[in-house]
Design a protein around this ligand. Structure first.
Ligand code: HEC
Ligand code: HEC
Ligand code: HEC
Ligand code: HEC
Ligand code: HEC
Ligand code: HEC
Ligand code: HEC
Ligand code: HEC
Ligand code: HEC
Ligand code: HEC
Length: 328
């Protein structure tokens, strides 16, 4: 599925990227990109139009572009180090998508014939490091849109980041995911403001490697505020690990389901035990519960902040199958 999508896109942008680069030498990259889009729509040669028509019918048009591809062995002649370093890259799998043509480099850099014939003419090859975020994203998403369809509307894309703000294809520190740095270092490079929370007395052990930022956030975009992972039941961001509080319970504590975990907890770190929003549990309860009646159970000191803490009796605070009052 993914492979066929990729083939579909690659062969479509073959002719589109090729034409304007030859047609407008020396133009700045940004301008060229605009022209690419305009020309791409209008000035396509006959073969390309055929290719386009085939693409629309979701048929790949291998022949139309293959003559412009030179293959990675040719690249190796001049970029030996880069090619060597590419051996363990997950993108070597791409070679298999081309009927063993060995095409890998050119899936991202575009057809390389003109670049090679020009003795390494840098104006005739696509270099993501010099392209706009939109151009980079479009290139990467031509294959990865299936897994990251929401990136362009994420806070990261809106702030002008591109895939290669966090990923590096050739100089990754975290090989598996091709990250520029491992988490959380990567994130703290830009989000220094959240770093102190993870040094608080009570915190999710992100620095210690037990929990990752991406366990709760989808940095590639989601439909929730704060890039939070989207789940059917939004509490599932938390309950995938904290299964014991997930429920469903016969007697639900309303705010757990109605407002979610954040009604009482803070996610990153806190001065308060159990990552609670407020230092005093009774105070927390009293935010929503008017002081309990002076009844036999709660009367005279019991259940007040100076008496027995609420939680001593209401132990099943996330819900219970036995007690409507969440007592044992
Ligand atoms: C004949 C030698 C030669 C071959 C073959 C060759 N290149 Fe290059 N390439 C160069 C030279 C020279 C540069 C400029 C290096 C520099 O400025 O540091 C370059 C630069 C680049 C750049 C950076 C462009 C920029 O804007 O800075 C990329 C990307 C690139 N090559 C990719 C490729 C790919 C992919 C292939 C195979 C399809 C390839 N090259 C084949 C010689 C070659
Ligand atoms: C998955 C996409 C992808 C593939 C496949 C790929 N590259 Fe790159 N290449 C990039 C990106 C992105 C950059 C910009 C620098 C970076 O992020 O690492 C780049 C940069 C370069 C540069 C410029 C180096 C520099 O430091 O500016 C050269 C040369 C290059 N690639 C050659 C190659 C060769 C040769 C291959 C095949 C072995 C290849 N690339 C395969 C995405 C790719
Ligand atoms: C021509 C299609 C294609 C393009 C373009 C492409 N990729 Fe990939 N990418 C792949 C394939 C295929 C894999 C290997 C998938 C796998 O291992 O299941 C991969 C793997 C990855 C992985 C590792 C996935 C993992 O699960 O560990 C990352 C990260 C990645 N690509 C990022 C990028 C970025 C960033 C760009 C743009 C610079 C890019 N890709 C461009 C096809 C592509
Ligand atoms: C803000 C940083 C950031 C940006 C921007 C970003 N990524 Fe990622 N990406 C990550 C992190 C962190 C992971 C590892 C997530 C994990 O381990 O669960 C990842 C994982 C991946 C993976 C492999 C696992 C998966 O979820 O499929 C792919 C493929 C990928 N990213 C592609 C992309 C592409 C394509 C773009 C641009 C459209 C992009 N990323 C933009 C940080 C980023
Ligand atoms: C246990 C889940 C979890 C983990 C782990 C986590 N976050 Fe969060 N993060 C959240 C939640 C939930 C919010 C929303 C807070 C709110 O609604 O008040 C948030 C909010 C944010 C915000 C926006 C609001 C703010 O506080 O500035 C940023 C930025 C952020 N997180 C970055 C990170 C980074 C970076 C990491 C890793 C170092 C990380 N988060 C780890 C759950 C988590
Ligand atoms: C290259 C810089 C950079 C990196 C690296 C980066 N971010 Fe961001 N992030 C930003 C910018 C810029 C924004 C949008 C402005 C803002 O809200 O701070 C943003 C927004 C966010 C938000 C949404 C905040 C909100 O208010 O909605 C979260 C959550 C977040 N990033 C988490 C992460 C995580 C987790 C990582 C690491 C995997 C990461 N970021 C890596 C720059 C970065
Ligand atoms: C990836 C798994 C994971 C996710 C997701 C996660 N947590 Fe945690 N949580 C942990 C671990 C592990 C601990 C700490 C155990 C330790 O450090 O001893 C913890 C500790 C806590 C504690 C303190 C428990 C105590 O005994 O002091 C609270 C409260 C908590 N998490 C709430 C949340 C909330 C709320 C969310 C969602 C925003 C969340 N967690 C998401 C794994 C996770
Ligand atoms: C109405 C307030 C409230 C809500 C909402 C709430 N909690 Fe709690 N939670 C507490 C209190 C109070 C404690 C402290 C219990 C104690 O100290 O015995 C606690 C303790 C915890 C603990 C520590 C271990 C345990 O089970 O006692 C975890 C983990 C936890 N909560 C996770 C969550 C998650 C996940 C959610 C969302 C599904 C959530 N909480 C929603 C009030 C709440
Ligand atoms: C965010 C608001 C909120 C917080 C904080 C909160 N509650 Fe509740 N609680 C509710 C709501 C709403 C109900 C449902 C009330 C109803 O159905 O009349 C409820 C129900 C209850 C019930 C069952 C009442 C009944 O009549 O069956 C008990 C017991 C209870 N809460 C105890 C506590 C304790 C103890 C704390 C502190 C650890 C606490 N609550 C914190 C909102 C909250
Ligand atoms: C000594 C144990 C104990 C303490 C301490 C305690 N409760 Fe209760 N509470 C109970 C029991 C037992 C019930 C159930 C009464 C029933 O079933 O009729 C109850 C019932 C409730 C109810 C539902 C019925 C009602 O009276 O409104 C609420 C709400 C409540 N408690 C809140 C609190 C809060 C808030 C605190 C802390 C300020 C607290 N309780 C402290 C034992 C306690």
């Amino acid at each position: 599925m993914r492979a066929s999508e990729a083939v579909f896109f690659m062969h479509r942008d073959g002719p589109v990227t090729r034409l304007p680069i030859g047609a407008v030498p020396g133009k700045r990259l940004g301008l060229r990109a605009v022209l690419m889009l305009m020309l791409g729509a209008g000035v396509l040669c006959a073969t390309a139009l055929v290719a386009q028509a085939q693409d629309n019918a979701k048929v790949s048009s291998k022949v139309a572009v293959s003559s412009e591809f030179v293959g990675s062995e040719t690249c190796a002649a001049c970029h030996e180090q880069v090619v060597k370093g590419f051996d363990n890259n997950p993108h070597t799998k791409m070679a298999l998508m081309h009927g063993d043509n060995g095409v890998t480099c050119e899936n991202c850099h575009g057809a390389g014939k003109a670049h090679v014939e020009g003795g390494g003419d840098v104006t005739k090859i696509f270099n993501p490091a010099k392209a706009t975020p939109q151009q980079v994203d479009a290139k990467c998403l031509s294959c990865h849109a299936g897994t990251h369809p929401n990136f362009e509307r994420s806070p990261h894309a809106k702030a002008g980041l591109s895939c290669i703000s966090c990923h590096s294809v050739h100089q990754a520190k975290d090989e598996a995911k091709l990250l520029r740095a491992s988490q959380p270092t990567l994130c703290f490079q830009c989000h220094a403001d959240v770093k102190p929370s993870f040094n608080m007395p009570f915190h999710h052990r992100v620095n210690e490697g037990l929990v990752k930022c991406s366990d709760c956030h989808d940095v590639h975009g989601s439909f929730q505020p704060n890039n939070l992972r989207t789940t059917a039941d939004q509490n599932a961001v938390c309950t995938k690990c904290h299964t014991d509080v997930r429920g469903p319970f016969v007697f639900e504590h309303t705010p757990v389901k109605a407002q979610g975990c954040m009604a009482c907890h803070t996610p990153h770190g806190s001065q308060n035990a159990r990552l609670l929003n407020v230092p005093n549990i009774d105070q927390l309860c009293n935010q929503c519960h008017s002081p309990v009646a002076n009844d036999a159970i709660h009367g005279m000191g019991r259940g007040s902040s100076t008496g027995t803490p609420c939680i001593n009796c209401h132990t099943m605070i996330h819900g219970s199958n036995f007690s409507q009052a969440f007592v044992k």
